[in-house]
Write a protein that binds this ligand. Sequence first.
Ligand SMILES: [Zn+2]
Length: 144
Amino acid sequence: MYAEMAPNPELVTHRGGCHCGRVRFEVDAPARLDVLDCNCSICRLTGFLHLIVPASAFRLLSGESELSEYRFGTGVARHLFCRVCGIKSFYIPRSHPDGVDVNVRALQRETIAAITSTAFDGEHWEQGAAQLPASAGGWNDERG
Ligand SMILES: [Zn+2]
């Protein structure tokens, strides 16, 4: 799916956050979003729709002190959720520990032109991860 994207799609600034509004962020991404729908043990429970971006494209505006962290398995992924309302609006993923994985369900709809969802077989993570783009977000990360 990422191979079919334009190399440098025009980016817009999406805004999102948790349910109670304490955690708020901005993320630069295309208006037409390619997202991953993962079936692993935790994503299945949360319904998380993945938009993986370079850390440079993500800005946490508020709520850092409200974030709780949950780790399991390999402990690489940092699952972050608002300790007040419990919503996981973004986290640091195992596949791209130098990037940020945003929950598209936590974004405001106004800036989203379209969402194309692709199933990711996170239940068999090692096989599925080989199909992920090497660069977070599918466009060139200037940081390498
Ligand atoms: Zn909250």
